[in-house]
Design a protein around this ligand. Structure first.
Ligand SMILES: [Zn+2]
Length: 407
């Protein structure tokens, strides 16, 4: 059984026109006019494919091919149609459209699966409104009422406001929750968004795990004073006090394990004038690792150092743990890639995905295909038609393999 590569390409191109501006890529921010157009387009495609379509309380679009029996579990294939500002045509869209293509092929071939098959477009994976992966987190029953009322930046509506605007009742968000036991497995196909695959000649990657992210804002305090008349010996310079952290943090991370990363990407000083000694130095700290213990260790070490050496305040932005994906699914995806004659190598994901939400509660599998030049979240984002087709075909094989196991 083969997916229709040309039909999938046509879908990617058609959807890629929605929110597209020449030279500026695709902008479909969650629940904006462009995103709503994309959703409408998807609903029509799902209906044409013979699926039953519903929109849940978190605005997730769910297309379903029912199994013949009653009370069956669900096999969910998902990703997201929303994009970052001036993003590409593949991030998220590929996963939803490949799921749709699988559903079409299965339906056309009259295959009856041992579970209902659902293809899901999750709301606001990219975090236009707030923290991202909103739709999938609502589905696993995370408590979101507080977060839905928070405004990320001036001018962007809250999720509560936007859900209201599209005719949903934010007070009923709890109804989006599904019992994890109802979901047999969650599968997601995605572009790699890095260049390990293309540069390494890897065609296909079962994803082994998704890194966790811990983020903080650190403020180190000093005392503002005249830069000309205050002698060096009597200064309390916040920037100088903070400076050792800028080289110590990367050293701690490197010493901990080769696979973890630590980044200080933003630094500001107050009051921020050439002739005033800084009274405050504020900087971001981001830690990423598959193992949460690594991030916790570096966080504790940072706090310890600050306590001993400077006057400082540390605010936690969030601590999202890393997840390992399901071992059986990694093996099934690996075998499917090899059976298609693809150079298949397992990889960990350095970016977050909806799959991360499901992995702790549902058997979760993820498939990567290469991104040209490793570029993503930009208009240049591109994956060759052949790579796209490989990913979708392996997704279909994975569904069939799982069906054979469960039958
Ligand atoms: Zn994505």
């Amino acid at each position: 059984m083969r997916i229709d590569q040309h039909r999938l390409q046509r879908d990617l191109e058609e959807l890629g026109q929605i929110g597209y501006v020449e030279g500026r890529g695709v902008t479909r921010l969650a629940l904006t006019e462009e995103d709503l157009q994309g959703r409408q387009w998807l609903i029509e495609k799902m209906q044409e494919a013979g699926m039953q379509v519903r929109v849940d309380a978190a605005a997730n679009v769910i297309g379903r091919l029912p199994a013949p029996g009653e009370g069956a579990q669900v096999l969910a294939i998902g990703s997201h149609l929303d994009t970052v500002p001036q993003g590409g045509r593949f991030d998220g869209a590929l996963g939803v459209l490949a799921g749709l293509e699988c559903a079409r092929v299965l339906n056309e071939n009259g295959v009856s699966l041992p579970w209902d098959l659902e293809v899901i477009n999750f709301t606001d994976e990219e975090g236009h409104h707030y923290a991202g992966t909103f739709g999938s987190r609502a589905m696993v029953g995370e408590r979101l009422t507080e977060e839905m009322r928070r405004q990320k930046v001036e001018g962007v509506p809250t999720l509560t406001e936007d859900l209201n605007r599209v005719g949903l009742d934010p007070g009923r968000i709890g109804e989006a929750r599904r019992d994890p036991g109802e979901i047999r497995a969650y599968l997601e196909l995605h572009v790699e968004q890095g260049n390990r695959m293309e540069s390494g000649g890897i065609d296909l990657a079962p994803v082994t795990g998704i890194v966790g992210i811990y983020r903080y804002v650190v403020t180190v305090f000093g005392m503002a004073n005249h830069a000309g008349t205050t002698p060096m010996a009597s200064r309390s310079d916040a920037l100088v006090a903070a400076a050792p952290v800028f080289y110590l943090l990367p050293e701690w991370a490197r010493a901990r394990t080769e696979s973890m990363v630590a980044t200080i990407g933003q630094v500001t000083v107050e009051p921020g004038a050439v002739n005033i000694i800084p009274s405050q130095c504020r900087f971001s700290v981001e830690l990423r690792s598959l193992q949460s213990g690594n991030m916790a260790r570096i966080r504790d070490r940072l706090i310890e150092w600050l306590d001993e050496h400077v006057e400082a305040d540390v605010q936690t932005v969030y601590e999202k743990d890393g997840v390992e994906l399901d071992a059986d699914l990694i093996e099934i995806i690996s075998n499917a890639g090899c059976a298609e004659g693809l150079n298949t190598v397992p990889l960990a994901s350095g970016a977050g995905h909806d799959a991360q939400t499901f992995a702790p509660v549902v058997p979760t599998g993820m498939i990567f295909v290469p991104s040209r030049g490793g570029l993503s979240h930009c208009p240049e984002e591109y994956s060759e038609p052949e790579w796209v087709a490989n990913g979708a075909q392996v997704l279909l094989r994975t569904v069939l393999e799982l069906a054979a196991k469960d039958a």
